[in-house]
Design a protein. Sequence first.
Length: 484
Amino acid sequence: MKKIVSFVLALILCLTTFTTLAGASDIKGSIKVETRKIEKIEGDLSLKLIYPYFSGFNAASELNSIIQNRNISSIGYIRSNEAVIKDIKAQQEKAGEPAGNMSAFLESYFDYNTSGSILSVVIHSSDYTGGAHGMSYMESYTVNTKTNEIYKTFGSLFDSKSNYNKVIQDKINKLIDKEKDMYFIDAKETVAAKKGNYQFYFDGNKLVIYFGLYELRPYAGGMPIFKIDAKELKGLLKSDIYTQMINAKPLENVRFNGESLIPQPKTYTQEYNLMVPLQDIAKLLGYKATWSGGNGWEVAGGYVKNKVDSYSSSKSDGNVKLGLPPKAVGNIMYVPQTYFSMVLKEDVIYDGDALRIFKAESVNEGTFDQQIAEFESPDTAEKAVNMYAKAAQERKGAIQYALYSDKLKAEKRAGFEEMNWVTGVSSPWISGYEIYEIDNESKKTYSVIFNWATSAGKSPDTKTIVTVEKIPQQEYWQITEVTE
């Protein structure tokens, strides 16, 4: 997906909680799914992450942590690229050169579906940090909400005595053969090299296997996705998984807050644009569409008039042309789906496959999300320890947590949650800090001296030993040990 984000002068920090039509959605009665959003737009940065938060089953906490840590990595990556872009533009300005049209863009959203008590979540992401085009990614998580097993490997789905690996590989190869011209010559060799270690999720009665951009085919071909019906996997899948999958239903094409919208609204395609019913989608998003005679339909302070490609609302900057006028079909007005995202500024996303609609039911300025939007992955050990000390002084637990290794995150998470991600106390407070390097090897250790104060004056200093290591196969650093 190509994304080019121009300069944005306004600062928007919006942290929102979404629920489905009748509150949070039920899976097997007691499981709840809440949709949250982190959004920040300023300068060269455009960041929006729409993600699910689960409750009602024992493994929900672990699943939420996995998704949260993924968000941390994504935000840290794009913010570090934003810093590079700022440096480049500063150098261009200093040299008297025009600033390049560079920006840092990140967007993610999700789908989820159930096969009996088996829940699959798919996170779709795209980013752009300069160059010819952006990149798109998928990450998926599948959990049995009854047994609370998170299926972390492809092989964990199958009977260990079956020949599932050969059967699956043969099925993928046959699907590749159907569109040979779309794939690299060595695509089958790449599949074989996976040795059954595929990325996967369930979509109702289908097992979905997917590969990243450039793995099997050129960028223009998109991400390869292979769907296999459960009935073709009888005797291969574990019996309890097969039983739950066989009668489950795949997601529909129009989705609301991550799941199929029921009933499905009627849509059609015109000139490669998806046309959707204005009244139904507007109502779903909390707007009132009112007929205004010769002016057409009034929505959010603007009008939608049959066959007139000029749209506006109280949220748009003047009139907006979408390249396709609305069309009345009977008493229903159809508009391009981009009307909702570009004119009403709502979270309505169409990728050519599915229309995804997300709606804010209430505002939840969660402390973690509010803090984490500022996180930047440190590319030096010195930057990591300085970020840690600054976050401690500012009492930002989410930033401290984001700097930790996975092992340290698991050890410290409960403590941060108990404090609602706000560390320290109101008095005494950290008035300053000094950092001294102890070790200069690949594993760097620092002594951080925190200076404390109260309204009555200075309090005794404290010392914290912080160990920082480079993340394997990455250019970023993480904190692996904190001793107070």
